[in-house]
Design a protein around this ligand. Structure first.
Ligand SMILES: *[C@@H]1O[C@H](CO)[C@@H](O)[C@H](O)[C@H]1NC(C)=O
Ligand SMILES: *[C@@H]1O[C@H](CO)[C@@H](O)[C@H](O)[C@H]1NC(C)=O
Ligand SMILES: *[C@@H]1O[C@H](CO)[C@@H](O)[C@H](O)[C@H]1NC(C)=O
Ligand SMILES: *[C@@H]1O[C@H](CO)[C@@H](O)[C@H](O)[C@H]1NC(C)=O
Ligand SMILES: *[C@@H]1O[C@H](CO)[C@@H](O)[C@H](O)[C@H]1NC(C)=O
Length: 351
């Protein structure tokens, strides 16, 4: 990670514009009775959002986090280029307009330059604040009263005093990545991955958040690190159920998502659609309009959320998933790959 941080000192600067909007209060969690299916089918859009020719020389737009709030979609994503990773925010009212949205680079806020990647945005009701959680070598957060003001994010604060011992003991030659916070009625939980077959979970009391994250426990593991790699999402659905998604490498070398569910964020996690033959989302259960799919990887992203709170509640009906994909013919090195965003729409929703 250190080399990436050093590379970031070279990042250029571009002014970001701000819009002013007040924070809003989230709707009460609706008590869904519908269940998730145990098999998924999707259709995919074409490329929706790609890097712009705006002087930043960015290669890829990755790792989107998305929420619909005040009649607009708000997306936070990683920008990737050989020089390193940073964060971007953009907003639009209709997916057909998404690629026209102005990019606001968050290194222009107090988040600053340097290695920051894989954001997750959510509204934390007890503080009446938006939180942006991301990786910076540690797990970090920034806050903002106004999701539409990209200049107003606070400087990064780390969740941990350093890499937790449990991660150090298990990470092997992996990377500690993809932090994800979700709260229930009493605790907030911080998930992360190590590209080495381990999903970690820490917790702190809701009343203490964001302080005092515990030493992580291993929430899920796999002896095949490629089967439990990174990019986890955890959501609440139904009366008291949770959906876990983790990105894996398929036998064809392409990324896809596996899924589990549980009746508590602590687990235990039960396989829902968790195999390559029965995946949550993979090229094999996604239909593309074009004869040749623009991507064979269904990689890091998240469910389009419409409920604004720290419970991360989603409806189990008619899921949409904003993801990163890449032309399979791309030959650039990993950090310079031209990742772009696309949208999956569930086609087998029973409700
Ligand atoms: C832009 O990125 C490419 C690699 O994607 C690199 O070869 C080139 O040197 C970069 N240009 C600048 C001006 O940084
Ligand atoms: C993007 O904006 C330009 C200029 O306003 C417009 O011509 C174009 O149709 C827009 N594209 C989309 C996809 O909305
Ligand atoms: C964090 O834990 C310490 C030690 O138990 C305690 O003194 C402190 O009040 C806690 N902070 C919060 C915000 O709960
Ligand atoms: C997981 O989802 C399946 C399929 O909807 C359901 O039958 C099962 O009860 C769920 N398990 C938990 C723990 O929520
Ligand atoms: C990748 O290259 C092959 C062979 O040239 C071509 O047929 C295919 O359309 C390309 N795929 C994409 C997504 O561009």
């Amino acid at each position: 990670m250190l080399y990436k941080m050093l590379q970031f000192i070279l990042l250029a600067t571009v002014a970001a514009a701000a819009a002013i909007n007040g924070p809003s209060v989230s709707p009460v969690l609706s008590r869904q009775t519908a269940n998730l299916p145990d098999t998924f089918e999707w259709s995919s859009s074409g490329v929706l959002v790609s890097a712009k020719d705006d002087g930043r020389n960015i290669s890829g737009i990755k790792d989107p986090s998305i929420i619909y709030h005040n009649n607009a979609y708000h997306v936070f994503a990683s920008t990737a280029q050989a020089a390193g990773y940073s964060l971007v925010y953009f907003t639009f009212t209709d997916f057909a307009q998404a690629n026209n949205a102005t990019f606001h680079y968050l290194d222009q806020s107090a988040i600053g330059t340097g290695y920051r990647a894989a954001p997750e945005v959510f509204f934390f009701e007890p503080h009446n604040l938006w939180y942006l959680v991301y990786q910076n070598g540690n797990a970090a957060y920034s806050t903002n009263t106004d999701i539409t003001d990209p200049t107003a994010w606070t400087a990064p604060t780390d969740f941990y005093s350093g890499t937790p011992d449990t991660v150090t003991a298990n990470i092997g030659d992996g990377y500690w990545v993809d932090m994800w916070v979700i709260c229930d009625a009493t605790n907030c939980h911080l998930f992360s991955s190590d590209d080495n077959g381990h999903l970690y979970r820490s917790q702190t009391a809701l009343s203490s958040f964001p302080a005092n994250m515990s030493e992580p426990v291993i929430a899920l593991s796999d002896t095949n690190k490629y089967a439990l790699f990174e990019a986890s999402n955890v959501y609440a659905y139904g009366p008291e159920q949770y959906l876990l998604l983790v990105e894996a490498f398929g036998s064809d070398g392409n990324r896809y998502f596996r899924s589990w569910n549980a009746s508590a964020i602590e687990g235990p996690w039960t396989g829902l659609a968790d195999t390559e033959a029965d995946p949550f989302a993979r090229s094999s259960n996604v239909v593309f309009a074009d004869e040749v799919a623009w991507t064979e990887s269904i990689s890091h992203g998240e469910v389009v959320r419409t409920v604004v709170d720290q419970r991360l509640s989603i409806s189990p009906c008619g899921l949409r998933y904003l993801y990163q994909g890449v032309n399979p013919n791309a030959t650039e090195s990993y950090d310079s790959l031209p990742w772009t965003l696309g949208l999956l729409t569930q086609t087998n929703s029973a409700c």
